[in-house]
Design a protein around this ligand. Structure first.
Ligand code: SF4
Length: 395
């Protein structure tokens, strides 16, 4: 079994008004000590394995990983290569803010071994980028994509957000109209969620901004779905699309899908490293302390822990088989093409999902939310926006 590694980089130039990720502005002085601590955590976790784990996806997310220098990225990737068995075809992604990259930097990161970039584009409209507190312009997105191609990156993801306060269907369509010709291999489209504790939620609660209209957001989703399909993308997850090979069969996930995220949705093992990261491996779900400073202290003073933990893990939960089976169902249903594979489920748990979840599956089928095919169970397209209703049955 190959593992995935998620490494969290909790630094940003500013905090965007809608963001509730574990990330901090103004802590640039901690970037080098944090990089050193991340390498120490990698080495401590690897030591606890008692062998060399094979790794087939690596994802540096944040925060803004593109704030690290190529030397700091090199330090991390070298450390990973020393402690894990990185497969030949390993997908190695970093998230980047389009306003924080240069051609020379992207060329250096390509040489280090990264083969995929996920750019936080969000919108092509200047007023929407301003509302979101994003520091980049759409012109910088165009330059970033051009530089990424020049640097040799053949696998790019672009993140977009819809359902913003004041956003009209026309501006969303215009964003798609400007983004689709960039030819990214992968697009992730997220509906804005007003998370607790964010300035944007407070502005909406205080009446300074209108509440996003869920019906309009649903229309934006459907419109995007149609545009993406016309542009040659196959939807393979509720919020994710990848360029499709014309021979792609029904039920097949496109080859350019994000392999790292597929690991989560297939409920397979990943290690979470870095402040605020979550992991699921060795029969446990766990989370790492959120404070970058606290993280550095814990890791640098710590000793190896039983796998999969590091000294910076502050919460963990043993996963029993019933929970693992339920998680496999509700995560797998996010995959709109492959769904939950009957064969994979039976191989992992030595029982058919139709035996374990017969009542839930029958109810969801009767409600018209899922279809049960001989080899898989999956959501039907009208249910993509009602997916939480289906997931609830397995919680
Ligand atoms: S750049 Fe991304 S991670 Fe950083 S504050 Fe903005 S949305 Fe959050």
């Amino acid at each position: 079994m190959a593992y995935s590694l998620y490494l969290h980089i909790p630094f940003c130039t500013v905090r965007c008004a809608y963001c509730d990720f574990n990330t901090y502005a103004g802590l640039e002085a901690l970037i080098q000590p944090y990089t050193d601590a991340l390498c120490q955590e990698i080495s401590l976790v690897a030591k606890s394995v008692g062998g060399t784990l094979p790794v087939h996806t690596i994802f540096l997310g944040g925060g803004t990983p593109s704030l690290l220098s190529p030397e700091q990225h090199g330090q991390i990737l070298t450390c990973l290569a020393q402690h894990f068995q990185i497969t030949q075809q390993c997908e190695i992604t970093f998230e980047a803010n389009p306003g924080t990259v240069s051609l020379a930097q992207l060329q250096a990161l390509k040489v280090l071994g990264y083969n995929r970039i996920s750019f936080g584009v969000q919108s092509a409209q200047p007023h929407e980028l301003k509302l979101l507190d994003r520091l980049h312009s759409f012109e910088q997105v165009l330059s970033a994509v051009e530089w990424a191609r020049k640097a040799g990156f053949a696998n790019l993801n672009l993140d977009l957000i819809y359902g913003l306060p004041h956003q009209a269907l026309e501006t969303w369509e215009n964003t798609l109209f400007q983004v689709l010709p960039l030819g990214a291999e992968h697009l992730s489209l997220y509906a804005l969620s007003l998370e607790y504790g964010t300035p944007m939620r407070a502005w909406v609660e205080q009446g300074k901004l209108p509440s996003p209209d869920p019906d309009l957001a649903a229309l934006m989703y459907e419109t995007a779905s149609a545009r993406m399909s016309d542009a040659g993308y196959a939807q393979y997850e509720i919020s994710n699309w990848a360029k499709a090979d014309p021979a792609l069969g029904d039920g097949e996930t496109p080859a350019l899908a994000c392999l790292h995220n597929l690991q989560y949705w297939r409920n397979e093992a990943w290690l979470g490293l870095g402040a605020g990261a979550h992991g699921s491996a060795g029969g446990y779900r766990y989370s790492v302390t959120r404070s970058p400073k606290g993280y550095i202290e814990r890791v640098m003073q710590g000793t190896p822990q039983p796998f999969p933990f590091s000294p910076a893990v502050v919460e963990s939960e043993a996963l029993d088989v019933a929970t693992a089976m339920a998680d496999t169902m509700l995560l797998g249903l996010r995959l709109t093409r492959e769904g939950v594979s009957k064969a994979r489920f039976a191989e992992r748990f030595s029982v058919e999902y139709t035996q374990v979840f017969s009542q839930e599956l029958r109810e969801l089928t009767n409600l018209g939310l899922i279809e049960q095919l001989p080899e898989r169970a999956r959501l039907v397209p009208p249910a993509y926006l009602l997916a939480n209703e289906a997931f609830r049955r397995f919680v």
